[in-house]
Design a protein around this ligand. Structure first.
Ligand code: PSV
Ligand code: MN
Length: 418
C-alpha cells in the first residue's frame, strides 16, 4: 500500500484538490492516518426488525436470518471500509448454540465479514426472571454460567476475541434483593467464566443504571463494572455503552479514568436524548462523541501506546432504513474520529500546564469545527471507495432487491408485543 502522503497526492490528482487546499497537508495526513486505523463493529441485531416496548414497525427489507445479517453488514463495509466484523448475539444468531457455529463461519467466509464480539443471552429466558449471575437460585446461576462458558467455546471456534456481557439483573422494589449477596454471586460467576477464556480472549463487562430493572441494577455504573472486571481476572475489561448513563454524566471523564487504569475494553456507540434511546451515533450530541475520541487520542499521544479498544455500534433502528442508518453511523463515526485526530496534543499539553483556559478549550473547538469531509472524500477515492457511501448504496439496487426477496416473509412478522 502507498504511504499516506503518496495516497493523498493520488487523491489530489483525482481532481478534488480545490477542497483539499482548505486543510493543511499535515491535517489531511492526520485524517488519512486516523481513517486507516479506525475500525468499528456492526451489530447483527441492528439489521433485524426491532421496536420499542410499545410495538415493532416491520420493515420489508429487514434481515430475518443470520445469512441476511452478514449480507447487509457486507454492504456497509464494502462502501465504508471501516467495519469488517459483525457482533453476534447467541440468542438470536445461534439458534442451536454450538451447533450453529459452522453456519456462522460459512456466512462469514461468503460475505467476507469476520464474526466479531460474542454476546451471550443472560436476559431473554424465562429462568432469568429474577436475574442470571445474581439470581438467588443457584440452579439458574449455574445455568447462566454454563451458557456463558458455551458462548466462550463458540467464540473460540470462530476465533472471536471478545465476549461481551450485559446483564438485565436487578430489582424493581426496595428491599426485594440482597444487593451485597448478589454482588458476591456476580464475582463468583465472573471468575468461573473468566477461567475458561483462552489467553487471547477478553471478557467485556457492560454496565447500565436502569432498564429493564428500575430500582437497582446489579452493574449500575463504570465503577461497579470496573470492580467486577478486576475480580473476574486479568483479561476482563469494562465496556462503555454511551446510552447507559444518567443524563449529563461526563462520559469522557469515565473514558479517561478507564484508560488511565488500563481497563477500557470497548464501546457500544449510540446517541441518546433521555435514556437508552439507541439513536444514530452523533445525531444528538456529536461533540460528546468527539470528546470521547479526543480522550483516547490524547492518551495514545501521551503514552505512545495504542489503546486496545473494541469500537462497536449498538443501535437498532425501527424507523430509519437499517442499512442506510448503519452507513450514516459509520460515516459519522469516521468524521468524529478524524476530527479528534486534528487536536494539537503538544500545544494542548503546554496550555493546560499553564492553565491557559481559552487556548486549551479552543484547541478542541477548532478541531471539532474543522470540516473533515473533503479529506475523507479524498481518502475514499484513494482507496477506490465511493465518495458518498450512502448515495452509492442508494444507487446500488441492493435495497430494492432485498425488499423484493424479503418483503413477503417480513409482512408475516408480528408487529405487536401483546
Ligand atoms: C442493553 O441495553 C444492550 O446495550 C446490551 O449491550 C445488549 O446486548 C444490547 O443492548 C442489545 O439488546
Ligand atoms: Mn450495549
Amino acid at each position: 500500500m502507498l504511504p499516506v502522503k503518496a495516497r493523498r497526492q493520488d487523491a489530489r490528482n483525482l481532481n478534488v484538490a480545490s477542497e483539499v487546499s482548505q486543510m493543511s497537508s499535515n491535517q489531511s495526513d492526520r485524517v488519512f492516518g486516523a481513517l486507516e486505523a479506525f475500525r468499528i463493529e456492526l451489530p447483527s441485531w441492528g439489521f433485524a426488525n426491532t421496536g420499542t416496548r410499545f410495538g415493532k414497525f416491520i420493515q420489508a427489507a429487514a434481515a430475518t436470518t443470520v445469512e441476511e445479517k452478514f449480507s447487509d453488514a457486507a454492504q456497509v463495509h464494502r462502501l465504508t471500509a471501516s467495519c469488517p466484523s459483525l457482533a453476534l448475539h447467541v440468542q438470536w444468531d445461534f439458534p442451536q448454540s454450538l451447533a450453529s457455529v459452522d453456519t456462522i463461519r460459512e456466512c462469514g467466509h461468503r460475505h467476507k465479514i469476520r464474526p466479531g464480539s460474542i454476546n451471550p443471552n443472560l436476559f431473554q429466558d424465562q429462568s432469568y426472571k429474577h436475574g442470571s449471575f445474581g439470581n438467588p437460585d443457584p440452579i439458574v446461576r449455574r445455568r447462566a454460567v454454563q451458557h456463558t462458558i458455551d458462548s466462550i467455546e463458540i467464540a473460540k471456534q470462530l476465533k472471536c476475541r471478545d465476549l461481551s456481557l450485559w446483564f438485565a439483573d436487578g430489582s424493581n422494589y426496595p428491599g426485594t434483593a440482597n444487593i451485597r449477596q448478589r454482588k458476591s454471586w456476580f464475582e463468583e460467576c465472573l471468575k468461573a467464566v473468566h477461567a475458561r477464556l483462552s489467553p487471547a480472549q477478553r471478557l467485556l463487562v457492560e454496565y447500565k443504571p436502569f432498564e429493564p430493572a428500575f430500582y437497582h441494577t446489579d452493574i449500575a455504573d463504570w465503577g461497579m463494572a470496573h470492580l467486577l472486571a478486576k475480580a473476574a481476572g486479568p483479561q476482563a475489561r469494562v465496556l462503555v455503552d454511551t446510552g447507559h448513563h444518567y443524563l449529563s454524566q461526563n462520559i469522557e471523564q469515565i473514558v479517561a479514568w478507564l484508560l488511565a487504569e488500563r481497563m477500557l475494553g470497548g464501546f457500544h456507540f449510540n446517541d441518546r436524548r433521555y435514556a437508552d434511546d439507541d439513536l444514530t451515533m452523533g445525531s444528538i450530541d456529536p461533540y460528546q462523541v468527539f470528546r470521547i475520541f479526543h480522550e483516547i487520542a490524547y492518551f495514545e499521544w501521551e503514552t505512545g501506546q495504542r489503546a486496545d479498544i473494541a469500537y462497536m455500534i449498538d443501535q437498532s433502528h425501527n424507523l430509519k432504513g437499517k442499512i442506510e442508518a448503519m452507513i450514516q453511523t459509520v460515516t459519522m463515526a469516521q468524521q468524529l474520529y478524524a476530527k479528534a485526530a486534528l487536536v494539537d496534543h503538544k500545544a494542548l499539553a503546554v496550555v493546560q500546564s499553564k492553565s491557559e483556559l481559552l487556548s486549551a478549550e479552543s484547541l478542541l473547538q477548532d478541531a471539532f469545527a474543522t470540516d473533515v469531509r473533503p479529506a475523507i472524500r479524498d481518502w475514499r477515492l484513494s482507496k477506490g471507495l465511493p465518495e458518498d457511501p450512502l448515495d452509492a448504496f442508494r444507487q446500488s439496487g441492493y435495497l430494492e432487491q432485498i425488499t423484493k426477496e424479503r418483503g413477503e416473509k417480513n409482512s408475516k412478522s408480528l408487529s405487536s408485543y401483546a
